[in-house]
Design a protein around this ligand. Structure first.
Ligand code: CA
Ligand code: CA
Length: 367
């Protein structure tokens, strides 16, 4: 899509009589230079070329159609995905998902925690009378009353390939009968393989070579909307103060040896506004301090601050909109959170050393 837009622009540019003035040409709406800069700005601002195409996860209910598990599975994302690799990355028997994105987080890894109680078989293939990777082979697994077939194909997704491994769920059966239709056309049986088997099937051998499991622990995800995690030290942040002036919050300094609650809120968030009096009471407790950081647009700063004060909140209040880029000096707020994903209210509890002890998504007091 991007390439074709640029080509169209180039042909339009050739017909334009503004080419006599290179300075003017570079500003001409629709020409290649304009589009390139437009595209760069799209990338830098984290916007999508493809509009709002959220990632989807569908579950085949076998009879009741496909259920949309996108949100429930946690794989829902507004990121602009370009390729999906579905394979068992931690070798525990269930299929995990790796997504390559065009922008924002370039790679996302979704660990499958559903479990493998229903059983599985993992197979790799080696052909001897055709391409050694056995691309194009069809593997059939009969388990219980179910027959499942998969074709080994490596190409899928933009600039990506699939893992050379097929994973079969057994639907609760203790074993599966395995046969392979090799690219040569030969059909070969490998007999019954027990649930949990990981095996290499070599064409012509008639016997599966079992392989030991090599399980590894995939990391836990960061708290939603955060780019920092428990145990991290929060950097000094460039913000605006409640009068709209540039300010830097050094959380360790502000904590003054006490426990610090950094509350992310906004004037458009009903539950945020509701808990402001509770946060004020918390700030008045011994050994605790509260700081508010509003997610409001800088243009709404004064209205948000007015609402903050109307709710009886008197603890320090800061806002987005600093001109600092985060390249040197204090960090930007965007370097510790993803504003588009952060659930608000969210509260980070920091100890007197400035280290994150807890991250609370939602109100402090759950309804
Ligand atoms: Ca897995
Ligand atoms: Ca798993």
């Amino acid at each position: 899509m991007v390439a074709s837009s640029t080509n169209e622009a180039k042909s339009g540019e050739a017909a334009s009589d503004t080419s006599a003035d290179p300075g003017f040409e570079s500003e001409d709406v629709g020409n290649a230079a304009y589009l390139n800069r437009h595209n760069t700005e799209m990338f830098e601002s984290g916007r999508s070329f493809s509009g709002n195409e959220r990632n989807k996860v569908w579950f085949n209910t076998e009879g009741l159609g496909h259920a949309d598990l996108s949100d429930l599975s946690g794989a829902d994302s507004a990121n602009d995905g370009r390729a999906v690799l579905a394979t068992d990355l931690d070798d525990d028997g269930d299929v995990d998902i790796f997504v390559h994105n065009l922008q924002r987080e370039r790679h996302s890894l979704y660990r499958n925690d559903v479990g493998t109680a229903a059983g599985f078989i993992k197979l790799r293939l080696k052909a001897t009378s055709s391409n050694a990777e056995a691309i194009g082979a069809t593997v059939l697994v009969s388990a219980g009353s179910r027959d499942t077939a998969q074709v080994l194909s490596r190409g899928a997704g933009f600039l990506s390939c699939q893992a050379p491994e097929l994973i079969f769920g057994l639907g609760g059966a203790e074993a599966g009968e395995v046969s392979v239709r090799w690219p040569s056309g030969e059909l070969e049986s490998f007999g019954s393989l027990a649930s949990g088997t990981r095996a290499m099937l070599v064409e012509g051998s008639g016997e599966a070579q079992t392989m030991a499991a090599r399980t590894t622990q995939l990391p836990n995800p960061l708290p939603r909307g955060f780019r920092v995690n428990l145990g991290d030290q929060l950097p000094a942040l460039a913000v605006l103060d409640s009068k709209g002036e540039e300010a830097v919050i050094d959380l360790q300094e502000l904590a003054e040896g006490e426990e610090l609650y950094l509350n992310f809120w906004a004037s458009y968030c009903a539950s945020c506004i509701k808990e402001l009096p509770d946060l004020q009471k918390l700030d008045e407790e011994d050994g605790r301090r509260v700081i508010a950081l509003s997610m409001d647009a800088p243009t709404d700063l004064y209205a948000a601050q007015e609402l903050f004060e109307q709710r009886g909140a008197r603890f320090p209040s800061y806002f987005l909109g600093s001109k600092h880029t985060g390249e040197s000096g204090p960090s930007t707020v965007q370097q510790i959170i993803d504003i588009e994903r952060l659930p608000i209210p969210s509260t980070v509890v920091i100890n007197s050393e400035g280290v994150i002890q807890r991250i609370i998504s939602g109100p402090l007091r759950q309804p």
